[in-house]
Design a protein around this ligand. Structure first.
Ligand code: SF4
Ligand code: MG
Length: 347
């Protein structure tokens, strides 16, 4: 069957005074209906540039490659066509709900307006639908709160309102870019739970952009780890957490706090900074920070420096359901022992 979203060979470049920056460099992935794919990486890894490219929202960038929604090519569509699709088939939820809400209209009016725009419903029907939507995203006393303004809502409740607006047009694909990053931990968990529930009930495909592997563990089915605008590793979430094959993924997992050891420092990070995206040589983008290359034989290190690693199956047993695991590394890590998921504090 045709995947809901299929991205192939996607590149996004910006011209800057210092030269051309390639924020996304030959990326490919699919999002199936009823599944959540998490794009994970540090800031500057190209994950937000990817989501904007899928939505057709880049203005000053050169975007090449293919983005197909339900088999239909989106690159090269006219702005009006894209904007219609964005309303009707793809919806988005961003980190800062206030930036997406109008301060002078009640939240009920804003949801009703989104609904009217997409379904041409009458005012009364749209207002009823707005109250229903507020209930569906877990806002108590929805009939009363529909008449309130965004500033009367807490951050978590505002994000629920944004989700209600996104869902009002009944999209097939939801793109959520750091949807809970601005929220405190308890509220974050509640909003993630809501997203997961809605995703399942509606059979939505979700593209979730996050830097937080804890968020990934809660809601994603598949994970694509990005580094320097490229895919480092892609796998079903369990396989990735149990046996990461890319040294960068391993580093990200090692930097998670260990739940089985409360004294463990929660904020270990991977040494070094993200790569410059300006004119890059042919080797692996992670080389300067890679502990595995640092320990490798000279010949292997030469290969890391000179040849871009392409995604391939790592040395792993293929799971019974045939789901695929891909890693872009010349020296992928061996499969870990059975204790590893527990050691990462995630099982
Ligand atoms: Fe490290 Fe080499 Fe693998 Fe890149 S290709 S992640 S430098 S071992
Ligand atoms: Mg971002």
């Amino acid at each position: 069957p045709t995947p809901l979203l299929r991205v192939d060979g996607l590149s996004v470049s910006f011209r800057t005074p210092r030269g051309t920056v390639r924020a996304v460099d030959g990326l490919g992935f699919t999002v199936e209906r009823g599944r959540t794919l998490a794009l994970v990486g540090e800031s500057g890894s190209g994950k937000s540039a990817t989501s904007l490219a899928v939505l057709g929202l880049h203005e000053d960038a050169e975007v090449t490659g293919s983005v197909r929604l339900d088999g239909r090519e989106l690159t090269g569509l006219r702005p009006a066509e894209l904007s219609a699709l964005r309303g009707r088939r793809m919806a988005m939820v961003f980190q800062d709900p206030l930036s997406g809400l109008h301060p002078y209209y009640t939240v009920g009016e804003q949801i009703a307006e989104a609904y009217r725009r997409h379904f041409g419903a009458g005012r009364a029907a749209a207002r009823r639908r707005a109250v229903e939507m507020l209930g569906e995203v877990g806002i108590p006393e929805p009939a009363r709160r529909a008449g309130e303004y965004p500033h009367q809502f807490s951050g978590g409740m505002r994000q629920r309102v944004m989700i209600a607006i996104a869902l009002a047009c009944e999209p097939d694909l939801l793109i959520a870019d750091e949807p809970t990053t601005a929220l405190d931990v308890t509220v974050q968990a509640q909003v993630l739970e809501l997203l997961a529930r809605i995703q399942e009930e509606r059979g939505l495909g979700v593209l979730l952009i996050t830097h937080d592997l804890g968020v990934v563990a809660r809601v994603a089915h598949e994970v694509l780890v990005m580094y320097g605008g490229r895919a480092a590793e892609q796998a079903p979430v369990d396989a990735l957490f149990a046996a990461p094959a890319h040294p960068y993924t391993r580093g990200l997992l090692d930097s998670l706090p260990r739940l089985d050891d409360p004294d463990d420092a929660p904020l270990r990070t991977i040494p070094g900074s993200p790569p410059s995206l300006l004119a890059r040589a042919g080797g692996c983008a992670f080389l300067a920070r890679c502990p595995r290359a640092a320990d490798a034989e000279e010949a292997d290190r030469q290969r890391c420096a000179g040849e871009r690693p392409r995604p391939a199956a790592p040395p792993r047993a293929v799971p019974a359901d045939g789901t695929s695991h891909q890693v872009a590394c010349h020296l992928p890590l061996p499969a870990a022992g059975p204790g590893d998921a527990a050691a990462a504090g995630l099982s």
